[in-house]
Ligand binder design. Structure first.
Ligand code: F6P
Length: 457
């Protein structure tokens, strides 16, 4: 391989630049040129194929900083239509004109679907990323457990007929995805900060976190010590939740609840699901926390709070907050920087071996710790060709305690034990209250990158 392209697709994560950095460093070692394609698959559709040389003369451009969140080459949720042969052919022709020998897509399950049709024209490899931590498998034969079930509206007509009571941590395919650790870092801190205000004002805080149908971020929030964690994979049992809220409120005069945005009850999704404006038609989740608040307000009632003069009405005692896009932004913590870069490098090696339609994976075993590997993208698909978001396996969550189970705690240990580097703390100390911040405007990497963008004539 002489020249490869790289793009970032789907929602951003803090680890994207680190992954691109790892790929470019590996390419420098192998004497491969790397072109960054602008704004994911959206840039490929453009007749001018906007691109940036990321390692002219095999040295990495200075704008590519693995410590900076976001992506210097831009991201979009635009995907190429696999049925549009004309579009695919013109994309392939443009890539040929640019003398691109292979493509690395940094993304999640949607990106694999976008990449697959292109892999019929040139070799493609995925470097994983998603804050949702839902790209992977609890065990290798998991995709074969999905069955079609028209009554299952939550999983778009599929049902997971799981056969396993527990997972073995060493079997997990793609143990963790870059971006997840930083998202949990942000969420856990948010919980700690909400806690003291809920505690002081005798309130019930419901904090909604991202993750779509997957509860990994919500479960990871356990590091911030919320009282109750509700994940989308486990149907809400209202009487049990309300009983626990009362017990906790009676004892400590406040409660902190974390809810994954895709949480569901017997009726289905708690919040609303709506088609997003993005061209991939991704589902947007909204309102789970508000709905849960409505239910708690009704079930607990005003008298419950008046009784001990804690609040005049239930409405003033219960409040909701979304951690929102801060989960996806800012400086990546050490774990994400390091393993994002490793996976970027692994993706280049896979591509250099001319292995097509594969993904780089991050696996963990007791014996060897974290190691990178590779997997054919088709291994993630069920028999109908669908890739399902990885679910938090039931053995990682305790329904009784609304907390990670013993195995869940073991799952987290290798990720978070040394996830934060000293330099992460040092960066906060030296940067946040720097007097220069008051003097100088934010310098966007978009401005510098614009100067480097080239186009096909
Ligand atoms: O998939 C990543 C994610 O951050 C989800 O957790 C969340 O539901 C969604 O993207 C939000 O998408 P957008 O940034 O388009 O609002």
């Amino acid at each position: 391989m002489k020249r490869i392209a790289i793009l970032t697709a789907g929602g951003d994560t803090p680890a994207l630049n680190a992954t691109i950095f790892g790929a470019v460093q590996k390419a420098n070692d192998l004497g491969i040129e790397v072109y960054g394609l602008i704004k994911g698959f959206g840039g490929m559709i453009s007749p001018q194929l906007p691109h940036v040389r990321l390692n002219p003369l095999f040295s990495t451009i200075p704008e590519l900083d693995p410590c900076q969140g976001g992506t210097i080459i831009g991201a979009s949720r635009t995907y190429i239509d696999s049925n549009d042969k004309k579009q695919l052919q013109s994309v392939a022709a443009r890539m040929e004109r640019l003398k691109i020998d292979g493509l690395i897509c940094i993304g999640g399950d949607g990106t694999i679907n976008g990449m697959q049709p292109l892999s019929e024209y040139f070799p493609c490899v995925l470097a994983p990323k998603t804050i949702d931590n839902d790209l992977g498998l609890n065990y290798i034969d998991e995709p074969n457990e999905w069955v079609k079930d028209e009554n299952d509206s939550i999983h778009d007509g599929y049902r997971h007929a799981s056969t396993r009571d527990a997972v073995s941590l060493g079997e997990i395919v793609n143990y963790v995805t870059p971006g997840y650790a930083t998202a949990v870092f942000v969420v856990a801190q948010s919980i700690e900060r909400i806690r003291t205000t809920a505690e002081s004002h005798r309130r019930i805080a419901i904090v909604e976190v991202m993750g779509r149908d997957s509860g990994y971020i919500a479960l990871g929030a356990a590091y911030g010590q919320p009282d109750i964690i509700l994940i989308p994979e486990v149907e809400l049992d209202y009487p049990k939740v309300i009983r626990r809220v009362r017990e906790l409120y009676d004892m400590q005069k406040h409660v902190v609840i974390v809810v994954g945005e895709g949480v569901q009850d017997a009726e289905g999704q708690l919040g609303a699901k709506s088609k997003s404006v993005d061209p991939a038609g991704n589902i947007l989740f909204s309102g789970a926390a508000e709905r849960l608040a409505e239910i708690l307000i009704k079930e607990l009632g005003d008298d419950y709070f008046r009784k001990n003069q804690r609040h005049d009405e239930a409405k003033s005692a219960v409040f909701t907050r979304k951690v929102g896009h801060t989960q996806r932004g800012g400086r990546p913590i050490l774990f994400d920087r390091f393993y994002g870069a490793q996976l970027g490098g692994e993706a280049v090696e896979i591509l250099n071996r001319k292995q097509n339609n594969h993904l780089a994976t991050l696996n963990w075993t007791e014996e060897f710790g974290f190691t990178t590997g590779q997997l054919s993208a088709n291994k993630l698909r069920d028999q109908w060709g669908t890739i399902h978001a990885r679910e938090v396996h039931s053995s990682l969550y305790s329904k009784q305690r609304f907390q990670p189970s013993e195995l869940g705690r073991q799952y987290f240990a290798p990720i978070f034990k040394n996830a934060i580097g000293h330099e992460d703390m040092e960066a906060i100390k030296s940067h946040l209250f720097s007097p220069d911040n008051l003097l100088t405007r934010y310098q966007s990497f978009n401005v510098e990158m614009q100067k480097r963008i080239q186009y096909l004539d």
